[in-house]
Write a protein that binds this ligand. Structure first.
Ligand SMILES: Nc1ncnc2c1ncn2[C@@H]1O[C@H](COP(=O)(O)OP(=O)(O)OP(=O)(O)O)[C@@H](O)[C@H]1O
Length: 344
């Protein structure tokens, strides 16, 4: 059991490595800690290794090497104890679409040994809590996306777990349903003191819900801290400049090095990003230096640091770029299979 008085972490992973068949290295040394009663956001683009980490921590996959404990239990030596201590809301719903919401919850409770009036009371409380009481006797296949997601979370909570894993809980939801889910997750963490490990590829979701954020890139955590700590590490303003297509080849970081109050120059195709002590004051000198090098600036923006800037600094590329890379490599790995007429 996790004992908050001893300060033992609820989740601890050390140097997890995982390679899938086909030589895909999903985890390259994943380490993370979630303190009891807190929310950790595991933030990273598609393919960064978030789901694989969750699979190992929830005993659904084995690492090639490394260690992990959840609620004080070793995931490899005592997977049964881990499973009793956790709730899991996977990316794909585990609910039976033909059964009603209530039937799904009752079945889930029975799987964990609950029965009789205790189980009925728990199910009714969850239906109320997740605003599903009116729909409780309708088959799940008729639920909206938001209702299905709320049922998924309720299913993860039936047996009162200590640690809840939420794997991309709001992917695919419309903005209204997403906001409602955010409120619910914030309440779970605040009122019930649950430990939550949340994976997300929404910068805003991690910023809003997680007390601490671990940014994942290429199978490991590249930086970890509170949202404010991470953003605070980037002093000054972010200045983003968009170059016209014809000038981009001539620009190198050296063109901007040495300008007063300007640092962390990053060039990504036609996008140039720098940090500046005083963003608006630095813009004229940046424009002049770029134009001297033969580039034409199409647009310039100045912003306070965001999590995307943190990501750029530690992963060396923009979040959207990393997502596009992941999509490209997934498409490439699909190509031979599809060409051969196979199915995935
Ligand atoms: N069963 C599998 N077989 C082969 N490769 C896999 C398998 N599962 C994941 N991968 C690969 O491992 C890498 C990490 O995937 P993982 O699903 O852990 O990332 P993720 O950050 O959770 O991304 P997503 O948000 O898309 O789930 C990716 O390159 C992915 O294609």
């Amino acid at each position: 059991m996790t004992d908050r008085s001893t300060g033992a972490p609820a989740v601890e992973a050390r140097n997890l490595v995982k390679t899938y068949p086909g030589d895909v290295t999903a985890l390259t040394g994943m380490s993370l800690t979630v303190e009891a009663g807190t929310v950790l956001g595991l933030l990273g683009p598609n393919g960064a290794g978030k789901s694989t980490t969750v699979k190992i921590l929830t005993t659904l996959a084995r690492p090639d090497s490394g260690t992990a404990t959840v609620a004080g239990h070793d995931v490899l030596r005592h997977p049964d104890r881990v499973r009793r201590s956790i709730g899991v809301v996977a990316q794909r719903s585990g609910a039976d679409p033909m059964a009603t919401g209530r039937e799904n919850l009752l079945l889930q409770g029975r799987l964990y040994g609950l029965k009789g009036t205790e189980l009925a009371a728990r199910v009714d409380a969850l239906l109320d809590r997740f605003d599903l009481a009116d729909a409780a006797r309708r088959p799940v296949r008729g639920y909206s996306g938001g209702m299905q997601r709320r049922l998924d979370v309720a299913l993860g909570l039936v047996h009162r777990p200590e640690v809840l894993f939420l794997d991309e809980p709001t992917t695919g939801l419309d903005p209204e349903a997403r906001t409602a889910m955010w409120d619910e997750i914030a309440r779970l963490a605040g009122d019930e003191g649950l430990t939550i490990l949340l994976t997300t590829h929404y910068l805003e979701e991690a910023d809003r819900l997680a007390e601490r954020i671990a940014i994942v890139d290429r199978g490991r955590v590249v930086v970890e801290g509170t949202p404010d700590e991470l953003k605070g590490e980037l002093h000054g303003d972010a200045v983003h400049l968009e170059l016209r297509a014809d000038g981009d080849r001539t620009v190198t970081a050296g063109v901007l090095d040495g300008l007063p109050g300007v640092r962390d120059v990053q060039i990504d195709g036609r996008r140039v990003s720098v940090r500046a002590d005083d963003g608006p004051a630095a813009v004229p000198a940046l424009l002049a230096a770029l134009e001297r090098s033969g580039a034409t600036v199409a647009a310039a923006t100045v912003a306070r640091p965001s999590l995307d800037d943190v990501y750029l600094r530690y992963a060396g590329r923009r979040f959207a770029e990393a997502e596009a890379d992941a999509r490209r490599s997934a498409d490439e790995s699909d190509a031979p299979v599809l060409a051969a007429g196979g199915t995935r």
